[in-house]
Design a protein around this ligand. Structure first.
Ligand code: TRP
Length: 347
C-alpha cells in the first residue's frame, strides 16, 4: 500500500487499562510503524469532541501522557507521522459548519451514539452531541483519509462521512476523497493486526473477574482491571485472583474457559509471542496457579519497563511533536478548506 492517508482520533482518558492499551493503542502503534514509510499517518487528539461531555480540567495533562504512551509503546516518528490537536487546526471547525449545511437532521439523528448519549433526543442535550459525527466527518475529509482505524461503535459515523462526502461531491463537484467502506476498514485493521491466530481470537482483553465481559475502566471491582500505572505487587495480586473455571486444563477456549483464554492472550501480547505458541507451551498443564504466576511476572515486568520509558519522555518533547504535527495539519487542512469554500462559492 502506498500514498494513502490513515487517520485516527484518539480519545484521551485519565487512566488507561491494559485492555485499552493492548487492544487499541498498541495495534495503532504497530499499524503506524508498518505503513508510515509510504503513507501518511495522522493521529490526532479530538479535543473539541471531548468537551461535549464533562469539561475535564486534566485534559492537557492527560493528552501529554497519552502521547508519551504512544512513544513508549514504540511509535516510530518520521516525516510521514503527524500527531496534532484538533483545536489547533481551525479548519476542522470551519469545515464542520459547511458540512452542517449539507448533512440532514434525519441522517444525523439516526446515529446510535447520539440516541444513546441524548437519551433519545432529550431536549436538554447539548447541540455538540448531535453535531459530533459531522465534526468527525470534517476530521476525516480534510485529509482525504482512506483508512480510519476505530472501534465498532464508530463505524456508523464513517458511513455517515461517506454519505455526506458523496452528496457534497455530487452537488458541488468532486472535492472529497471518500473513506473506505466499513467492510474494507475491518479488513484493513485485520491485516495490520499481527498474526493469524491473534486475528482469529480478536484482541479483546477481558475483565479479570467477569471474563465474559471486556476489561473496562468503569468496572467497579479494582481486581477486574489492570491499569497501565499499576505497580508490580498490585498487578500480581490482581492476576492471582483472576476468575478461571473448574475444568482443570489449560486451553484456549473463549466459550468454556474465558478466564484462562484471557490469561493466555495477555501473556502472548505482553511477551510478543504468537498466541499459538503460548497455547502450545501450556497445553497439557493443569495448574492454573502456575499460569497465573507466569502471566503476573510477564505483565509486571512489561509494565515496569513501560512506565520507565514513559518517565523518560519530557513534556517538551511531546509539545515539539504536537507543534510539528499542527504545522503540517494546518497546511493540508487549509488547502482543502479553501477548495471547499470555492466549491460552495464562499470564495
Ligand atoms: N469519535 C472517535 C471515538 O470516540 C474519536 C474521533 C473523533 C475520531 N474524530 C475522529 C476517530 C476522526 C477517527 C476519525 O473513538
Amino acid at each position: 500500500m502506498e500514498g494513502k492517508t490513515i487517520l485516527t482520533g484518539i480519545r484521551v482518558n485519565s487512566e488507561m487499562t491494559l485492555g485499552n492499551f493492548l487492544g487499541a493503542l498498541l495495534p495503532m502503534t504497530r499499524l503506524s510503524n508498518k505503513y508510515s514509510k509510504n503513507n501518511q499517518i495522522n493521529i490526532f487528539i479530538p479535543d473539541l469532541h471531548t468537551i461535549i461531555s464533562d469539561i475535564d480540567g486534566e485534559l492537557q495533562k492527560n493528552l501529554v501522557k497519552e502521547i508519551k504512551y504512544y512513544l513508549a509503546a514504540g511509535l516510530e516518528l518520521n516525516k510521514n507521522v503527524h500527531i496534532y490537536r484538533q483545536s489547533y487546526v481551525p479548519a476542522h471547525s470551519e469545515l464542520c459548519w459547511i458540512l452542517n449545511c449539507v448533512a440532514t437532521m434525519g441522517e444525523t439523528s439516526r446515529m446510535i451514539q447520539y440516541k444513546e448519549k441524548s437519551h433519545n433526543g432529550d431536549a436538554s442535550t447539548n447541540v455538540g452531541i448531535f453535531d459530533y459525527p459531522i465534526l468527525m466527518a470534517a476530521d476525516i475529509l480534510l485529509y482525504g483519509a482512506t483508512y480510519v482505524p476505530v472501534g465498532e461503535d464508530q463505524f456508523q459515523h464513517i458511513e455517515l462521512t461517506r454519505n455526506i462526502a458523496e452528496r457534497f461531491n455530487h452537488k458541488f463537484g468532486e472535492t472529497f476523497i471518500l473513506p473506505a467502506k466499513t467492510v474494507e476498514q475491518v479488513k484493513f485493521m485485520e491485516v495490520s493486526n499481527g498474526s493469524e491466530s491473534e486475528k482469529a481470537a480478536g484482541i479483546r482483553i477481558r475483565d479479570l473477574q467477569n471474563p465474559e465481559k471486556k476489561m473496562s475502566k468503569s468496572a467497579e471491582a479494582e481486581n477486574s482491571k489492570i491499569m497501565m500505572s499499576d505497580e508490580p505487587a498490585r498487578v500480581t495480586k490482581k492476576i492471582m485472583s483472576a476468575q478461571t473455571d473448574s475444568l482443570g486444563k489449560i486451553a484456549f477456549d473463549m466459550i468454556n474457559q474465558p478466564g484462562i483464554s484471557n490469561l493466555l492472550q495477555i501473556e502472548a501480547l505482553v511477551t510478543g509471542t504468537p498466541l499459538q505458541d503460548v497455547i502450545s507451551t501450556w497445553a497439557g498443564e493443569t495448574h492454573y496457579g502456575d499460569l497465573k504466576k507466569k502471566v503476573a511476572a510477564s505483565v509486571s515486568g512489561y509494565l515496569e519497563d513501560f512506565q520507565k520509558r514513559v518517565s523518560e519522555i519530557s513534556d517538551e518533547e511531546v509539545y515539539k511533536i504536537l507543534e510539528d504535527g499542527e504545522k503540517y495539519a494546518n497546511e493540508v487542512a487549509k488547502k482543502k478548506l479553501l477548495e471547499v469554500q470555492k466549491a460552495v462559492k464562499l470564495r
